[in-house]
Design a binder for this molecule. Structure first.
Ligand code: ADP
Length: 162
């Protein structure tokens, strides 16, 4: 049996926390589709293509994954790909409420969909893309939180915005 899961998110931008979850997921599934949400509801710093590009570069050594983007509901994307497992990362208690709501809503839309939560290594459990964007815009060194290609892109973006 070929087991596939989808790991959806904004990845604005990808961090070592996301990569930790991707690596863990590949140990459980034969294939993991890392799915970049292309929606207009969320205001992202990076465009869809920039987020895809950073993710592809940062995960190029990981086997068993594909990096794609999707529009609309993740459950529709899952159905289209014949996948019924969604992976989400759980960091701290504060993630739990939102993630539970989303998992149960998705299940209400499609009973076949299961959401599987993975915990990152504790060193990444406080990391968020939002925090990294804020800290780096104030001049912090974020090199221990994001891959080099992402760090460079963030710096470039801040320069453009100045
Ligand atoms: P979304 O906008 O869908 O929450 P994110 O890119 O912020 O997208 O996150 C995608 C998933 O990865 C979410 O389940 C989130 O909780 C998880 N995640 C984000 N950062 C980390 C981290 N540092 N460690 C583990 N999981 C994380």
């Amino acid at each position: 049996m070929n087991r596939t899961a989808i790991y959806p998110g904004s990845f604005d931008p990808v961090t070592y926390g996301h990569i930790d979850i991707i690596r863990r997921a590949t140990k459980i599934f034969d294939k993991v589709i890392v799915a970049v949400a292309d929606n207009y509801v969320k205001k992202n710093l990076f465009s869809r293509d920039e987020r895809l590009g950073m993710l592809k570069e940062a995960t190029k050594d990981i086997k068993g994954i594909s990096v794609e983007s999707f529009q609309g509901l993740v459950i529709d994307f899952a159905k289209k790909n014949n996948v019924n497992v969604l992976i989400r990362g759980l960091r701290v208690i504060s993630d739990f409420e939102y993630e539970l709501q989303m998992a149960l809503t998705n299940r209400r839309f499609n009973e076949e969909i299961e959401t599987l939560f993975l915990m990152p290594s504790e060193g990444y459990s406080f990391l968020s893309s939002t925090l990294i964007k804020e800290a780096s815009s104030l001049g912090a060194d974020v090199s221990s939180f994001v891959p080099k290609n992402v760090e460079d892109k963030i710096k470039e973006k801040h320069k453009q915005q100045q």
